[in-house]
Design a protein around this ligand. Structure first.
Ligand code: HEM
Length: 396
């Protein structure tokens, strides 16, 4: 009889990983999956061991799709001093107090403008008309990219994602990612040329020159892999997290009504529950520096292991009725933003943005309903969100 993990395919994971994670948690919580050439750690306890022990589980992994496609050093696959250097450049603009100083002025008008465009149409496809464009514009405007249209930015993250999810080494996905990187570099070239001589306050500028001797900047080869990581996660995930949350709310009308009656009390809890229930980023990739036993299994030195955050979030040992969306569950730590030194540097920015997107949506539209003949279809295990999200509504 085939061992379950050996029968898992990339297609099955991308279609719906949750039944797979459930079986793995119950039968083989740390298992090697040949289709992705990686081990999966699926229980909360083991996810914490893998993600929280950088001395054993290194983030460096030349085999990881992000490293193969974006190059090295890519922030999420670095350790120690190089990691600190990259993180310091990126993180300052996304720390809680800093975010609080600009997020309302930044995100609310962008969200309102996008809803205004379809407010009187009675229907919309929320991924392409709302969640994704708002999310990409918020990141682009804070990151130092200037004025680039949302369609271009959305193409960028969709194209970069093809590389980051390419566990199966599909040449078509590689080509899409390479073409996207070439387009991004063409746009970034004049921006970086300017920033190399004239500093500004953007993360891109900080990444080039923080802690460098006066007059010196980091090389483009050094910063670009981490720029791709940030463009991908930073542009894609808040839109996807907000969409996952809305889907949970629309399937639970009583919770939606409670939220609409008192958004101030519920919006934060709803968003945290939305990204717990369907984690927009599924894993943290690691590699043990020595043979190491976790979950009763020895993972060999140098192997790739994915610490599956999405599965930890559904572990019944930690969350009651874990497969259900329930915004009234007692607030507790969730795995969605990762653990350890690489936990999400954009967590506060993302949370504030998701809350504003949904707040504006409920403020401007009434009676939002899924279209029965066209239910949202979800895709992905490394990144998971609806591919389309059609709703009807009434303008308020
Ligand atoms: C709901 C939205 C988001 C979720 C669920 C999310 C989740 C995550 C996770 C799980 C990681 C760890 C990855 C790993 O260790 O392999 C991560 C890292 C990171 N995230 Fe986010 N993210 C979100 C939004 C953002 C945004 C908006 C930004 C923009 C600034 C951002 C920037 C980063 C960066 C720079 C890292 C790398 C941190 C490091 O390696 O030290 N993220 N994120």
């Amino acid at each position: 009889m085939a061992i379950f993990a050996e029968t898992i395919t990339v297609e099955a994971l991308e279609s719906d990983p949750y039944p797979i994670y459930q079986r793995l948690r119950e039968e083989t919580p740390v298992a090697f999956v040949p289709a992705i050439n990686s081990w999966l750690a699926t229980r909360w306890e083991d996810v914490n061991i893998v993600s929280n022990n950088p001395a054993i589980f290194s983030a460096e992994d030349d085999d990881a799709p992000v490293v193969r496609h974006f190059g090295s050093p890519a922030i999420i696959h670095t350790d120690g001093a190089v990691h600190k250097e990259l993180r310091k450049g990126l993180a300052a603009h996304y720390m809680p107090a800093k975010v609080a100083s600009y997020i309302e002025e930044l995100a609310r008008p962008i969200a309102k403008q996008h809803i205004e465009r379809f407010r009187h149409a009675g229907q919309a496809e929320l991924m392409s008309e709302f969640f994704e464009p708002v999310s990409v514009l918020c990141l682009a405007k804070t990151f130092g990219l200037g004025e680039i249209g949302s369609d271009v930015l959305m193409d960028w993250f969709h194209g970069l994602a093809m590389g980051a999810i390419n566990f199966g080494r599909d040449p078509e996905r590689t080509k899409i990612c390479d073409d996207t990187k070439a387009q991004i570099e063409a746009v970034l070239d004049p921006i970086l040329t300017r920033l190399e001589t004239e500093a500004d306050n953007s993360p891109l500028s900080h990444l080039l020159r923080h802690s460098m001797p006066e007059g010196q900047v980091r090389s483009r080869d050094f910063i670009l892999p981490s720029v791709y990581v940030t463009l991908l996660g930073g542009m894609q995930e808040p839109g996807h997290g907000a969409a996952n949350t809305l889907f949970g709310l629309l399937q639970n009308p009583a919770q939606l009504a409670t939220l609409r009656d008192d958004p101030k009390s519920w919006i934060t809890r709803a968003v945290q529950e939305g990204v717990r229930w369907i984690a927009p980023i599924g894993t943290q990739g690691r590699s043990p520096v020595e043979d190491f036993e976790v979950g009763g299994i020895v993972v060999p030195k140098g192997a790739s292991i994915s610490s599956v955050l999405a599965s930890a979030n559904r572990d019944p040992a930690v969350f009651d009725h874990a497969d259900e969306f329930d915004m009234s569950r007692k607030p507790s730590t969730i795995a969605s933003f990762g653990f350890g030194p690489h936990f999400c540097a954009g967590k506060w920015f993302a949370n504030a943005q998701m809350e504003i997107m949904l707040d504006v949506l409920f403020e401007m539209l009434d009676d939002i309903r899924l279209v029965p003949s066209s239910q949202p279809e979800f895709f992905g295990w490394e990144f998971r969100a609806p591919t389309s999200f059609k709703v009807t509504f009434a303008a308020k």
